[in-house]
Write a protein that binds this ligand. Sequence first.
Ligand code: COA
Length: 159
Amino acid sequence: MKVAVYPGSFDPITNGHLDIIRRAAKVYDKVVIGVLDNINKTPLFTSEERKELIDRVTSDIDNVECDVFSGLLVDFLKQKKATVIVKGLRTVADFEYEFQMALLNKALNPEFETMFMMTNSGFSYISSSMVKEVAKYNGCLEGLVPEGIIPDIKNKYIK
Ligand code: COA
């Protein structure tokens, strides 16, 4: 069974992320979404909230599961019996950083492969920070994130 991990902060999950998840689920037997609990960042959503949002919008995809992790990504792969890291590439600007991470992960565990998927052109301009910026100023989130989580994001900005 070929298991892949799709790691990230997902603060919050966007339509760009979901596009990668749906496509990866067609390529691999199982896709584990790894939500990084990063102590160096102050996220809008806690890692458990981010997982809950992801579970909700991926509930229709049978071979996808989500879990929170901290520490090294390669250790999370081992724990999940995965051998592939899936990452989305939006623009050339993503490339240099992704290339560095892929090489580092290869150095940490040569058994694992990083596979890149080109983000659908319709989503290439979306990032979680941009979503938060739009939400902060009460802009329209339609098309940027899955519809079902728009109220959750808006609620975070209600004083
Ligand atoms: N669609 C939309 N947005 C996307 C996207 C896509 N397909 N792919 C990436 N993004 C955006 C994210 O929304 C995020 O936007 P933001 O900066 O505005 O919040 C941005 O790209 C960065 O993504 P992020 O999820 O923060 O992940 P990352 O690429 O920086 O890497 C990990 C996160 C978890 C993969 C990495 O930090 C990691 O592996 N950490 C564990 C520690 C470790 O093992 N370190 C050594 C290896 S690097």
